[in-house]
Design a protein around this ligand. Structure first.
Ligand code: NDP
Length: 375
């Protein structure tokens, strides 16, 4: 159990660091809402499912949210329900386990469930949440293949709830500035994107190295940032992919768990991307894009920040804010007000990445170029 004083100090330091940095973003967001008149003042009440390391980060970040709050907890570990319930002020009646969470249907205090469990559990959990009539926010990868992703999209459509994927980079200010510049034509026509994503993974017994829970290896976990990033940086959906896999440690990275994959994407405009996904190398978190008239570089590109970057016009200077704080406030706007984000975060967006992941694995297996129809 964490030391309560250390928690308090961490919270104090985190909020002191975040508040002044957030203010320019918030000022913009508030001005935007004031101009559209869309802010109803409602708060998105979120139940977190799977109280692991990333959920802890999300829960802390949500303490600084203006429009979203932790209102429920779903866990298989009773001691976490107790500890987190006390820490985040979630009453016992809004705490659930994996057997009884369908009862959330009758819980008027919950608007959405944020699924932050191992990848292979997402599909069934999302379908149960949808059937309970609550909006679904699901961590990446949305599922372990496109078929399961489609099941989730269909279940949410049938239930009349929204499905969002935890693509926090879609709200990150420097990333959005590069996207704005690309749309404004500052780079000219885009010719090339490079995405390098990886880290050396530790404990060989963790679920990320278990195919049954992870659905794959590095590509599912970290390579997806390069796939998704290629799409939002270039601003197109790829039409073909080729891929090659290498494995230096077949004991740690068992059958179906990829260690290192290089893949190449081709876009309708003729732009190409070259990407690396790995669990075996450190210091890989870099996006580079070049066009006829300029370039953009983000490094780190997808870590928790601060993101750093530059273009041919100079350094990117947008202020850092906790990604998950911005994400959850923006998701509140999407779910409660029907706002449209600059880069989509819906189930169709998650499904596109899963179709590319399926094709990358097929390309590794066959050695052949795979045509993509993401439509
Ligand atoms: P953790 O292992 O830290 O936590 C997962 C939690 O899921 C566990 O603590 C447990 O919580 C619950 N759980 C339920 N069933 C199982 C099971 N069979 N095995 C293990 N855990 C189980 O993982 P992370 O928090 O790092 O990752 C969770 C999800 O979040 C993944 O999909 C991952 O890709 C994504 N993620 C996204 C990030 C981002 O930046 N967007 C960053 C990190 C992760 P409990 O005891 O409460 O049931």
């Amino acid at each position: 159990m964490d030391h309560p004083r250390r928690n308090f100090l961490q919270k104090l330091v985190a909020s002191a660091a975040v508040v002044p940095l957030l203010s320019p973003y918030r000022a913009l967001a508030q001005a935007d809402r004031a101009s559209t008149g869309s802010h109803q003042g409602k708060t998105l009440r979120v139940a977190l499912m799977g109280l692991g390391s990333y959920a802890a980060r999300v829960a802390e970040a949500m303490q600084s949210c203006k429009r979203a709050k932790v209102a429920g907890l779903i866990s298989g570990t009773p001691s976490k329900l107790q500890e987190w319930g006390t820490k985040f002020g979630v009453p016992e009646k809004n705490r659930y386990d994996y057997e009884n969470f369908d009862r959330i249907k009758n819980d008027p205090d919950i608007d959405a469930v944020y699924i932050i469990t191992p990848n292979a559990l997402h599909r069934d959990q999302a379908i149960r949440v949808a059937k309970a009539g609550k909006h679904v926010i699901c961590e990446k990868p949305m599922a372990v293949n496109a078929k399961e992703g489609q099941d989730m999209v269909d279940a949410c459509a049938d239930a009349g709830v929204k499905l969002l994927v935890g693509y926090r980079m879609h709200f990150e200010p420097k990333t959005l500035e590069v996207i704005r510049m690309r749309k404004a034509g500052d780079f000219g026509s885009i010719s090339f994107f490079q995405g390098l994503c990886g880290f050396r993974i530790g404990d060989p017994d963790q679920w990320r190295l278990n195919k049954a829970l992870a659905g794959g290896g590095s590509l599912m976990d970290i390579g997806i940032y390069a796939i998704n990033g290629a799409r939002y940086m270039v601003g197109e959906d790829p039409v073909w992919v080729t891929a090659q896999q290498t494995k230096t440690d077949p004991v740690k990275f068992k059958e179906g768990v990829d260690e290192t994959i290089q893949f190449q994407l081709g876009f309708p405009s003729g732009a190409v991307a070259s990407c690396l996904s790995t669990y075996q190398m450190n210091h890989l978190d870099r996006f580079f894009m070049t066009g006829e008239q300029g370039f953009a570089e983000l490094q780190p590109a997808t870590g928790y920040g601060p993101i750093e970057g530059r273009t041919h016009k100079g350094e990117l200077t947008q202020p850092h804010a906790m990604h998950q704080t911005i994400q959850m406030d923006e998701m509140a706007g999407i779910l409660l007000d029907g706002n449209t984000p600059v880069v989509p975060v819906d189930g169709e967006e998650g499904l596109k990445d899963l179709k590319i992941i399926d094709a990358i694995y097929a390309a590794c297996g066959t050695g052949r170029k795979q045509e993509l129809r993401l439509g």
